[in-house]
Design a protein around this ligand. Structure first.
Ligand SMILES: Cc1ncc(COP(=O)(O)O)c(C=O)c1O
Length: 478
């Protein structure tokens, strides 16, 4: 079968990755600026044209490591397909036993995202690259081929090994790293492990995540305790943030929830300073931190830290790690066979479940490394900064007063005055943007409206240009 795809290359050179004989081939194209180029492939899929600016002078084929376990299963099930090139480059590998495969450079397709939609909200739910989804599917298939033996005999060792890999990625002791499916589950486990009494207080900031606040409210209401908010404005300096938490704490405080990166305002909170000033148990909501901030988790001074790997570390959705300092033990929310096996192992087996996501998590983490690790995060931060400026200029708004330390890959852009006048208008604005094919997060905070944008590996400078045009058009038509 042949496929022909027409692409417009706006600069002079572009790289095209095509599949051939089950592996990846790469062809370089020269084209006149703004002339269409036709790409012909002997197989059905042409994986795409790379960003011409970053193509110049270097091949754009990305390398991704897959874990030795997954590699073996891919081989067993002959699941190598268009995204994998069966090449052993392990001499290059910093992770022993891992194979390196080639993955297509057209990252929008490598992340399996709908090409007609402008994806500018990676932070909300993340997305695992296609190769990682395939690794998970391979595990799922293996489980289904002999469900009894897989679940009865193999799952415990495999899940523990996968946890050790996740702990290594995060730089924490694997015996203090517990699998949870998401931050919500980890928070529920910590709250469920506490005995709250009437008059006790739980602290969260005004920037805290709504679902986490609901969990605090629920447990507080059951015990006759109450939730106290630490309030600080968008753009508050670190000292003001620490003071706000200190002011919200009292001798009744039993737990302080501190977001490492806040959801509505994309702010990096100085967790270590807050923890140092706090006189109570500290839980770090690190939903956005793995793959975005190179934290020394054990050194933050917290009691518990819970991070989603499925946002910025590209693992399958439903893979998160909870760390608790030695001595700060937590009972899993789901009580099952491994309940008495110690902090980490007691979370390994939440009953009969689909473990494929956890088992393929190492592949997502390896993908993060292969895409460039912290250097890539630095590049994405630059993309976010430029995108934020471009959209702000187009909307005629100032960036003054925004977070002093913004999240590397998520930023706020104030909406022009009058665009949003109440929280109720968030959903209609979201629907209007989504209807135009734009996925971005409108935010209402402290009486003002914002857009929260993200910069993920599949985003390009052009995405923010398009966002600016669409938002301006939408606002003008109101
Ligand atoms: C700061 C913060 N905390 C917690 C969560 C909840 O994450 P999950 O739904 O994966 O439990 C999110 C989700 O985006 C978040 O942004």
């Amino acid at each position: 079968m042949r496929s022909i795809r027409s692409e417009r290359i706006s600069a002079g050179v572009g790289a095209v990755s095509t599949t051939c004989n089950g592996g990846l081939g790469e062809r370089w194209l020269r084209a006149q600026p703004d002339k269409d180029v036709q790409v012909r492939s002997r197989r059905a899929s042409v994986l795409g044209v790379g960003d011409p600016r970053s193509c110049v002078g270097r091949p754009r084929v990305q390398r991704v490591r897959i874990s030795a376990d997954t590699h073996q299963h891919l081989e067993e099930h002959r699941r190598f397909d268009s995204l994998f090139h069966h090449t052993d480059c392990s001499a290059d590998s910093s992770m022993s036993n891992d194979r390196i495969c080639l993955v297509d450079s057209a990252l929008l397709e490598a992340f399996g995202l709908h090409p007609d939609i402008l994806h500018l909200n990676h932070g909300a739910f993340g997305v695992a690259p296609v190769a990682v989804r395939q690794a998970a599917a391979t595990w799922r298939e293996r489980a289904e081929r002999n469900p009894h033996r897989f679940n009865r005999v193999e799952v415990p060792g495999l899940v523990a090994a996968a946890r050790e890999r996740a702990a290594a990625f995060l730089g924490i002791d694997p015996s203090r790293a517990a699998w949870v499916r998401n931050v919500s589950e980890g928070v529920s486990a910590v709250l469920g492990s506490m005995t709250l009494r009437p008059g006790d207080e739980l602290v969260i900031s005004t920037h805290g995540y709504g679902a986490v606040r609901k969990a605090l409210n629920h447990h507080a209401a059951r015990a006759g305790a109450r939730v106290v908010e630490a309030a600080f404005p968008v753009g508050a300096e670190d000292e003001a943030v620490v003071s706000a938490y200190a002011a919200a704490c009292s001798f009744r405080t039993r737990l302080i929830v501190v977001d490492r990166i806040t959801s509505p305002t994309a702010t990096v909170v100085p967790v270590a300073a807050v923890a140092a000033a706090a006189g109570a148990r500290v839980l770090v909501d690190a939903a956005h931190a793995p793959g975005q901030l190179p934290d020394d988790i054990a050194a933050l001074g917290a009691d518990h830290w819970i991070g989603n790997l499925h946002k910025w570390a590209y693992t399958p959705r439903g893979s998160a790690i909870m760390w608790s300092r030695p001595g700060a033990n937590v009972t899993p929310t789901v009580l099952s066979w491994q309940l008495e096996d110690g902090y980490a192992a007691s979370f390994d087996y939440p009953g009969t479940w689909d473990y494929a996501g956890w088992l393929a998590a190492a592949d997502g983490l390896a993908y993060w490394v292969a895409l460039g690790g912290w250097d890539a995060v630095g590049r994405l931060a630059g993309l976010a900064t430029d995108g934020q400026q471009r959209v702000a200029e187009a909307l005629g708004v100032t960036l003054d007063g925004l977070p002093a330390t913004p999240a590397p890959t998520m930023r706020l852009i104030p909406l022009p005055e009058g665009t949003l006048t109440s929280r109720d208008q968030i959903s209609p604005l979201y629907e209007a943007l989504s209807g135009q094919g734009v996925e971005v997060a409108p935010v209402w905070f402290d009486g003002a409206g914002y857009l929260r944008i993200a910069a993920a590996p599949y985003n390009t400078p052009d995405d923010y240009k398009r966002l600016a045009v669409i938002v301006r058009r939408l606002l003008n038509s109101k």
